[in-house]
Design a protein around this ligand. Structure first.
Ligand code: GDP
Ligand code: MG
Length: 174
């Protein structure tokens, strides 16, 4: 029996890999061709965030429609935490995380726990580093968060991202 039921959000710019991270985490699969998320997908998964301790996550993955206020308020309402995702190969998506953070805090509460995620780590070998790892880490730490680099394609650090978020949420409550 799990005692915690937590609503967690995937946030961040378009095409950074939010849907792919959820698919990897829940179904352990990856799809290379891009399918725009329409509306909101809500998927549920139990997570063992520490030995013998289970939480149930309901994971909310939204498309571009968060522009519309009525969808946006439903999306953020009651959220326990979020993975704030950018694309390691596109600097712009990193810059936009600040705007996202402002919106998340405005709609979900000032102290909402989040993990900063640099996704598509598998591409770094080809593309090279465009975002300074230390700077991303510092940014996250200044905002009371941590920074994790993931790849939805290889699966690296994807489970850790969800686990760390769950731990952070639960630690903030006890
Ligand atoms: P969303 O708009 O944030 O939900 O992004 P998607 O999950 O739909 O992904 C956008 C595109 O990036 C798709 O073509 C994915 O296949 C691709 N993608 C997502 N994550 C990764 C990753 O970790 N590595 C690579 N190489 N491609 C990725
Ligand atoms: Mg999507």
């Amino acid at each position: 029996m799990s005692s915690y039921k937590l609503k967690v959000l995937l946030t961040g710019a378009a095409a950074v890999g939010k849907t792919s991270l959820v698919q990897r985490f829940i179904k352990n699969k990856f799809q290379a061709n891009y399918k725009l998320t329409v509306g909101v997908d809500i998927l549920t998964k139990e997570i063992e965030y520490k030995p013998g301790e289970i939480a149930t996550l309901s994971i909310w993955d939204i498309g571009g429609q968060q522009r519309f206020e009525f969808i946006r308020s439903t999306f953020y309402q009651g959220a326990a935490g979020t993975l704030l995702v950018f694309d390691l190969t596109r600097e712009q998506t990193y810059q936009e995380t600040r705007k996202w953070l402002t919106e998340i805090r405005q709609f979900a509460g000032e102290n909402i726990p989040f993990i900063l995620i640099g996704n598509k780590a598998d591409l770094l070998e080809d593309v090279g580093r465009v975002i300074n790892q230390e700077e991303a880490k510092k940014f996250a730490e200044n905002e009371n968060s941590i920074y994790i680099e993931t790849s939805a394609k290889t699966g690296i650090h994807v489970d850790e991202a969800f686990t760390e978020l769950t731990r952070k949420i639960i630690n903030s409550r006890t």
